[in-house]
Write a protein that binds this ligand. Sequence first.
Ligand SMILES: *[C@@H]1O[C@H](CO)[C@@H](O)[C@H](O)[C@H]1NC(C)=O
Ligand SMILES: *[C@@H]1O[C@H](CO)[C@@H](O)[C@H](O)[C@H]1NC(C)=O
Ligand SMILES: *[C@@H]1O[C@H](CO)[C@@H](O)[C@H](O)[C@H]1NC(C)=O
Ligand SMILES: *[C@@H]1O[C@H](CO)[C@@H](O)[C@H](O)[C@H]1NC(C)=O
Ligand SMILES: [Cu+2]
Length: 675
Amino acid sequence: MASTLKVVLLLLFSSFTISPISCYKGAQHPLDPLSPKELTLVQTIVKKSYNPSSNNSISFHYVGLDEPEKPTVLSWLSKPSTKTLPRRALVFTRVNEQTHEIIVDLSKRIIVYDEVYKGLGYPLLTADEQIAAIQLPLKYGPFIESTKKRDLNVSYVVCSTFTVGWFGGVERTKRVVKVQCFYNKGTVNLYLRPIEGIRIVVDLDKMKIVEYSDAFKIPVPKAEGTDYRFSKQHPPFGPRINGAAIMQTNGPGFEIDGHTIRWVNWVFHLAFDVRVGPIISLASIYDPEKHTYRSVLYRGHISELFVPYMDPTEEYYYKTFFDCGEFGFGQNAASLVPLADCPNNAVFMDGYYAAHDGSAVKVANAFCIFERHAGDIMWRHTELGIPNRVITEARPEVSLVVRMVATIGNYDHIIDWEFKPSGSIKAQVGLSGILEVKSTTFTNVDQINEEVYGTLLGDNTIGLNHDHFLTYRLDLDIDGVANSFVKQNLVTKHVKDNVSPRKSFWTVVSETAKTESEAKIRLGMTPSDLVIVNPNKKTKPGNYHGYRLIPGTATHPLLLEDDYPQIRGAFSKYNVWVTPYNKSEIWAGGKYVDQSQGQDTLAVWTLRDRKIENEDIVLWHVLGYHHSPCQEDFPVMPTLSAGFELRPANFFESNPVLKVLPPKPVRWPNCTAKP
Ligand SMILES: *[C@@H]1O[C@H](CO)[C@@H](O)[C@H](O)[C@H]1NC(C)=O
Ligand SMILES: *[C@@H]1O[C@H](CO)[C@@H](O)[C@H](O)[C@H]1NC(C)=O
Ligand SMILES: *[C@@H]1O[C@H](CO)[C@@H](O)[C@H](O)[C@H]1NC(C)=O
Ligand SMILES: *[C@@H]1O[C@H](CO)[C@@H](O)[C@H](O)[C@H]1NC(C)=O
Ligand SMILES: [Cu+2]
């Protein structure tokens, strides 16, 4: 056993040194997110390009890596080089009420592109401008009057910004947000205590209230029972949750080198982006038979999250949010809490983004990375069929998880990427946090005599119906960039001519999608396995190397297709889309989502019906929930998860984890804990 171990380790080690992965020691990885230094440099270069003596104020709405062209990255990786590729930043700014699209060459320290964006829609809202906007009502005479009228003490009023959406007008609107206010006296759970009847519109460029009305009043729901802090709970308590800790006497089983993570048979790159949060790049898996790493996922990340609420009344109709493109997953990343958000064996990584003024902001512990020992079984078999013998083989499952939490106002999104030694990649999003509710006069469902657009969760509180549609952009490169998308339809066949006692069976009828229109799929309609294959690489028996998409629950939009929010969120129409790789098609709801009119969505791009067979292709997967709230979601919602799996399908010649080396036994120490 010991000698086998040594041999395998040596093999692994020698192949490591010839693998492309270790060739960039000393140089910066071309897909690294912008460092704080680079963010500061962008700020300096961009600010300098505007006349500092003028009164123009400039705000930064997106600063991210301008991703180098894919062939450039791949050739950099394949050649042993310690040279850092030229670094460029993509920047969206607002100057003089205009949006600028800028590319900064960080290596040459110059702006290489600067154009005013004249199209529809606006960039990400910054955190700072939202903080400024929510202060405005608190000093605004008519609002103070309104709080008095409701017997509310304005010192306990907290407001929040909400994007306004688009509802059919063709004229260009100002960059405005709606501000809704809440009463947090006696609770920190402000979202469960909305102050109804007041309409506030703030112009973000002018930073002032431009519309105000107070139409009616309804008492805010009571504070009692809304607080989620442990210190505010009253008996009866319980149950007590049993604690556990992972012991890894040899430390973590993974290695982090800059942003590159190596674990067991995987290597991948992890980046932080202000808009989409975690980005997994260049995920490759080691094939011990081929003695090499094999590419699986060039780039994978959430592209957009569409959350339309189902209350069409004047006070709530506009709530149709695009959480990535309007608010930013990275901008709203929470600092993860050790031992609660992540287990004790987790390692943390910070994230950085540019603030409103362009300066670098650190999100401490934005990511955690940990080995998951969940007590699951990787594979097993008990053989009872051989007389007088019982043969049992089992291997414990261990996986590697990368986690980030984006808290957009009331909702918390727990974003996980999980890698398994078997070659599977699982992506999962857990929803937690607070529901969006409205106040009502009803205290019991028996009193309800009108449409309330949700569920009565308690006295005076309606949890509003809504959807969550998440779209993932998955640029799979299965053993190379040229891939095809194959629908392996499962088709019922009739047994003819009475040759069998059976009447029917099903068989697989494969269909390769030639163009984008052939790859638009609403899941759940016809049974099929969806596979990205490399049509140029076959296994020994002749099957194409591939990876299967194993979807989770299929959710389809219920809004009318010509309803304005649905036009903007048109990427939710299908659960699967495939497009040819295009560096500028990253954000499924469009580059400028705030107040967009759906002019730049995945649905629009695919109207070109481009060729996708044996091309560099990108798989888009939309998953979601229709969320009709229930009382258990109140006052804070137990995590609800959805996800999917990317799983090798004829990628390996046989079970890739047949010969995993079982973990060494971990010694439990005596009862004395380490200080
Ligand atoms: C800048 O602002 C000051 C005071 O607000 C004003 O007097 C001046 O004319 C402005 N200059 C320009 C170039 O707009
Ligand atoms: C409002 O609340 C603040 C802070 O608790 C308190 O100091 C103030 O007296 C209150 N105002 C009124 C009118 O009750
Ligand atoms: C890439 O996508 C953008 C945005 O959809 C489009 O304008 C451009 O023409 C595309 N480029 C190619 C080569 O298709
Ligand atoms: C404690 O550790 C010692 C030596 O490491 C071992 O001999 C002993 O059995 C352990 N005691 C318990 C209760 O596990
Ligand atoms: Cu929900």
